[in-house]
Design a protein around this ligand. Sequence first.
Ligand SMILES: [Zn+2]
Length: 452
Amino acid sequence: MSAILLRGGRVIDPASGCNDFADVLVENGIIREVDFTTQSGELDALAKNMRAEVLDCTGCIVAPGIIDAHVHLREPGQTHKETIATGTQAAVAGGVTTVVAMPNTTPVTDSVALLEFVQSVQRDPSARVLAMPAATVGSMGGELTDYAALAEAGAVGFTDDGKPVLADEVMKKALLEAARLGLPISQHAEDTRMTVGASMNFGPVAFRLGLRGMPIEAESSIVERDIRLLEEIEREARLRPHLHVQHVSTAKALAAIRDAKSRGLHVTCEVAPHHIAFTDEAIAGDPAQGSRRYDTHFKMNPPLRSRAEVDACIAAVLDGTVDIIATDHAPHAHHEKNVEFERAPNGITGLETSLGASLRILNREHGMPLIDVLALMTSAPAEKLHLRRLGHDVGRIQTGAFADVMVFDAAAEWTYDVRMTRSKSRNTPFDGAPMLGKVKFTLVKGEVKYRA
Ligand SMILES: [Zn+2]
């Protein structure tokens, strides 16, 4: 059966601004009709004719599936942490229907063959898997990968995520090459010369714990440098390069991005839910944040920051400086995280908690309208990553679009229990954390991939 009727829900489609009761008919992977005259029964008759499965969406929001622009699926090479199959199962449980896979696999996804492997349906993905292959060969920061060939094979951008592209001339060349293809360079903004041996945010908490800290300038200086490169390229080559700044965590970097945008430069950025949910005090052990002292489930890069930086991130989401929410889902096995804080790898899982944490913080605690929070997770990533132009008609609930849909109860309050996770790994700071909004159904390519 290839037809589904989503009946009785409220459709929120940030792309069109639509926010009203409607039935949605899906057929062969495409949204066939959105009917706002739900009483007419016209769509019911049509659905019956098509022998469509009817999903009861009463009391629920019907929204585009979440597009997560920053996900580590760990395959190939680190499949004890996650596989494309398990990672995308976690995705659909969180309402995520498209993930953008990062290239720090083993080996690094820096060739067409590896890109095709990651995108292959043989990996049994439950969600749509797009990919950003490496910006430089082996993500070593030197020679560029073959951008034209990778773009042809489906790359939606280029990144050395986990590491920055550090050398000025390499970053400039990368921005230039990507601009010719209309694709972004996604930058992990960290001057690694300033973070050697550091395992958390630089500041009083790090002093207290005797841990070496990462200064905020390690992030902001790279963002500022990259913005200067954008200006240089626009001046010299008359191209308009696109810089996407990943997981921004500091007021200083956000100020640079805000300023660059006001000057018309093509800069976009993302913020991760954990950077607006927790502060670095968690690492000292903070019952209010659900953490133990030296809790490695609160270790990631960029690190959790001070209250002031967290507030700046939230303010930047509210004022529109932040373009999208992305999780930086980064699974690690128990034995890898269950070591001394300084030795533990960076990263936490996030696909299942992205919606619930974002709605709680932004919608409930800061009064951001539901449609605006959803925009940051659906229509905005589709638009900012040019996905429609690249042939992926995702991030909208409109006739003719891909039938990637999330149905959720926006009022449901629940507690995340990591024992229920679909991910292979359990390294999350959100275990036991309050969530707002619970996914009921997730459709990918017109098929139900998750049912609560
Ligand atoms: Zn990163």
